[in-house]
Design a protein around this ligand. Structure first.
Ligand SMILES: *Cc1c(COP(=O)(O)O)cnc(C)c1O
Length: 251
């Protein structure tokens, strides 16, 4: 299909929520992509931090094909080994404890919000300006960006945003009614903003002092993106919980 035809099809059948560039990709291999005119590209975007191991790595392809040919879905009412193994490997290489498996980064944010509410019923949340945690109503409420939030108001109450580079504001915002501080160690959606180590340390200290959870959103900056498996390992500040998605599935 020519690009004009794809655009026509999009106008006809797809909700207009994304502004696409007029390029159709048809093949990928490692760091390279090819469009429908045969042009080759070096992929510096990685599907917004998704194709962390490159496109169509043969071992990834083999694993996906093998599982798809063996068994697709059995619900959470029964056992299937790969999910259990994945959970154990993730826990062993991150924070210990237990893993909640779900379908997207936004859902991981929802789970983190609910986890924190469980341990401090009725508690509020402190988030950081410029942060992004997903587009479902809870995750969007934790995403203090006017352009994304305004069309869907009213949002879930209880979220308070503090400036990105101000450890003192963060400390002051955390109190005995705070369930969690939620932040990306490296903000990805608003640019590339690595939060200074002292900002992360101040958040850790404020949470410890007030009994709140420190939750790191590693959906975009995790899975080896910063040189360590998790971005917080580079900063030396350990969260109580972390969220993953994107690069975890490799595509
Ligand atoms: C993309 C992203 C999310 C949401 O993930 P989805 O899988 O798109 O729902 C959450 N947090 C960060 C930092 C992201 O980059």
């Amino acid at each position: 299909m020519a690009i004009a035809e794809l655009q026509e099809l999009e106008r006809e059948a797809v909700m207009p929520t994304y502004a696409r560039l007029p390029v159709e990709f048809v093949r990928g291999e490692g760091t390279r992509l090819w469009d429908s005119d045969g042009n080759e590209y070096l992929d510096l975007l990685s599907g917004i931090s998704v194709t962390q191991i490159g496109h169509s790595h043969p071992r990834w392809v083999a694993a996906v094909l093998e599982q798809a040919g063996r068994l697709a879905h059995v619900s959470n009412l029964f056992y299937s080994e790969p999910g259990m193994q994945l959970a154990r490997r993730l826990a062993e290489r991150s924070l210990g404890g237990k893993v909640f498996l779900c379908n997207s980064g936004a859902e991981a944010s929802e789970c983190a919000i609910k986890l924190a509410r469980r341990q401090r019923p009725g508690g509020g949340f402190v988030v950081v300006e410029g942060g992004f945690h997903g587009r479902t109503m809870g995750a969007l409420s934790a995403t203090p960006q006017e352009s994304k939030q305004a069309p869907f108001a009213p949002l879930v109450p209880g979220f308070r945003a503090v400036p990105r580079d101000d450890p003192e504001a963060r400390g002051a915002a955390v109190d005995e009614r705070t369930a969690a501080v939620i932040l990306e160690p490296v903000q990805g959606e608003s640019g590339v903003h690595a939060l200074p180590a002292e900002v992360l340390e101040a958040a850790r200290a404020a949470c410890d002092e007030r009994g709140a959870l420190l939750v790191f959103d590693e959906v975009q900056c995790g899975m080896g993106r910063t040189g360590t498996l998790w971005a917080w390992q580079g900063a030396g500040v350990r969260p109580d919980a972390m969220t993953l998605a994107k690069g975890l599935g490799g595509g």
